[in-house]
Design a protein around this ligand. Structure first.
Ligand SMILES: Cc1cc2nc3c(=O)[nH]c(=O)nc-3n(C[C@H](O)[C@H](O)[C@H](O)COP(=O)(O)OP(=O)(O)OC[C@H]3O[C@@H](n4cnc5c(N)ncnc54)[C@H](O)[C@@H]3O)c2cc1C
Length: 388
C-alpha cells in the first residue's frame, strides 16, 4: 500500500473483486514478462487473445448460447484496464476489441451473424477493429467519403481509412461507409459493413510509427472494389451515425478509465522513486515541493475517480448521456496529462529515459486527449448540451 489507494469505491461487487484477482495473476504471468517484446514488435500476439478467450475474458458479455459468459457488465472491462495499468502495462488492442468493437456486434448483429461470429469473438479466434477515421476526416465523422454501392447481393466498397487500432491482425473490420448522400443531412446515409480478412481488394497499408502506446498497432486500410456481401452489413442501411452516437459514449468512458488508472500508476511509481532517490543528501520525497506536488496529484486523481465511478454506474444502468460521457473523458484525460507531467518532473533526467515507466506513461498519455474524439470535440458536445 502506497497511500495512493484513495477513498472507498462503490462500483464493484465481490464478483468483480474475484475477477480482479484472476486478472492480476494473469497480467503478472502472461503480460508483464513479455511486454517489452510486444512493444518492440508493436503488437499484442494473437495467442494472447486465445489465452484470454480460453479463460472466458473476451466473451464475458457474449450470450452463453454462443460460447460466452452471458454477463454484459462493463465493470469487468474496467477491472481489466485497472489491473493492466497497475502493473504498468496497457492492453490497447484487447481493450478496443472488448470495449469498443464488441458492443457493435452485440447490439446490431442479426441471428445468422451471431451464430457465425460470436463464438470466434468469445474464444479470441476472431480479432477485430473499427474503421471510422479517414485521411480527410476524423473529428467530423459525417464527412466520411468511403463509399459502398449496392450491387445485387453485395456492396462494392471503395476508400481509405487511417489510424486503425488493431487493424494489422484484425479478421473482421467494422467499416463505416457512405451508402447514400443527402445534402440536407450529412449524417444520413452511413452504414456499417463488416470486412473480413482476405476479401479481394482489402489491403493494409503502413503500420504507423507512434510516439507512445507502442504495444498496439495502428494502421492504414484500403478498400479497392471490395465486394462485401449484404449479409455482412451490421444493422440497418443508413443507420450508422445513430449507432455511433449510441456506442461512442462507452468508447470515451473506456479512454477515461485508462486515463485515471494510468495516472494512479504514475503516482504510485513516483512515490516509490522519490523515497529512494537522494539529492543534496536527502530523499527527493523530503522536499516540501515533492510532497505538495504529489498531494495535489493524488487529490486530482481522487476527483477524477469519483466522477468516473459515478459515470461507470450510470453507464452500467444504461443512463449515461453522450454529453456526460464527454465531460468525463475531457476531465479525466486532462487530469491524467497534468498528473503524469508533474510526476515525471520529480524523476529529473531519469524521467526522460524510456527505461523508467514514467517516460512511457507520459508518452502514452498524450493520445488520450486526441483519440475517441479530441478534447475540443468533447467541448463541442458538452456545449451543445448547454444549448450553445
Ligand atoms: C493512436 C490512434 C489510434 C486510433 N484508433 C482509431 C481506431 O481504431 N478507429 C478509428 O476510426 N479511428 C482511430 N483513431 C482516430 C482518432 O479518433 C482521430 O485521430 C481523432 O478523432 C481526431 O481526428 P483527426 O486526427 O482527423 O483530427 P482533426 O479532426 O483533423 O482535428 C485537428 C484539430 O482540430 C480540432 N477540431 C476539430 N473539430 C473542431 C471543432 N469543431 N472545434 C474546435 N476544434 C476542432 C481537433 O480537436 C484537433 O485539435 C486513432 C487515432 C490515433 C492517433
Amino acid at each position: 500500500m502506497t497511500g495512493a489507494d484513495g477513498m472507498r469505491r462503490d462500483v464493484f461487487t465481490d464478483d468483480h473483486e474475484a475477477f480482479r484477482g484472476l486478472v492480476r495473476e494473469l497480467v503478472a504471468k502472461e503480460v508483464v514478462p513479455h511486454y517489452g517484446e510486444w512493444e518492440k514488435a508493436g503488437r499484442v500476439p494473437r495467442d494472447f487473445f486465445t489465452t484470454l478467450g480460453s479463460l472466458g475474458l473476451l466473451g464475458m458479455a457474449v450470450p452463453e448460447r454462443y460460447g460466452g459468459g452471458g454477463r454484459p457488465d462493463y465493470r469487468y472491462n474496467v477491472v481489466l484496464q485497472e489491473e493492466a495499468a497497475a502493473a504498468l502495462v496497457t492492453l490497447g488492442t484487447v481493450r478496443t476489441q472488448l470495449d469498443v468493437v464488441l458492443p457493435y456486434f452485440l447490439a446490431y448483429a442479426n441471428e445468422e451473424q451471431r451464430e457465425r461470429w460470436f463464438p470466434g469473438l468469445a474464444s479470441g479466434r476472431l480479432l477485430t477493429a473499427i474503421a471510422m477515421t479517414e485521411p480527410g476526416t476524423g473529428s467530423d465523422l459525417a464527412g466520411i467519403r468511403t463509399t459502398a454501392v449496392r450491387d445485387g447481393d453485395s456492396y462494392v466498397l471503395n476508400g481509405a481509412k487511417t489510424f486503425i487500432t488493431g487493424g494489422l491482425l484484425a479478421d473482421l473490420v467494422i467499416v463505416v461507409a457512405r451508402t447514400a448522400s443527402d445534402p440536407g443531412d450529412r449524417r444520413a446515409g452511413l452504414t456499417l459493413l463488416v470486412v473480413a480478412d482476405g476479401m479481394p481488394g482489402f489491403t493494409r497499408g503502413r503500420v504507423l510509427d507512434k510516439m507512445g502506446i507502442k504495444v498496439q498497432d495502428t494502421v492504414e486500410l484500403a478498400f479497392d472494389d471490395v465486394r462485401v456481401p449484404v449479409a455482412d452489413r451490421l444493422g440497418e442501411e443508413g443507420a450508422a451515425f445513430r449507432y455511433l452516437g449510441h456506442n461512442l459514449p462507452q468508447e470515451r468512458m473506456t479512454v477515461a478509465v485508462g486515463s485515471v488508472a494510468q495516472a494512479r500508476a504514475a503516482l504510485d511509481t513516483t512515490i516509490a522513486y522519490v523515497k529512494e532517490r537522494e539529492v543534496f543528501g536527502s530523499p527527493v520525497a523530503a522536499f516540501q515541493n515533492t510532497k505538495f506536488e504529489l498531494a495535489a496529484v493524488a487529490t486530482e486523481i481522487e476527483a477524477a475517480q469519483a466522477l468516473l465511478d459515478r459515470a461507470v454506474l450510470e453507464l452500467v444502468d444504461g443512463r449515461l448521456s453522450g454529453a456526460d460521457a464527454a465531460k468525463v473523458k475531457l476531465f479525466c484525460t486532462e487530469a491524467q496529462a497534468r498528473a503524469v507531467d508533474r510526476c515525471l518532473q520529480l524523476f529529473g533526467g531519469y524521467g526522460y529515459m524510456l527505461e523508467y515507466p514514467i517516460a512511457r506513461l507520459y508518452a502514452d498519455a498524450r493520445i488520450t486527449r486526441i483519440y475517441a474524439g479530441t478534447s475540443e470535440v468533447m467541448k463541442v458536445i458538452i456545449a451543445k448540451s448547454l444549448g450553445l
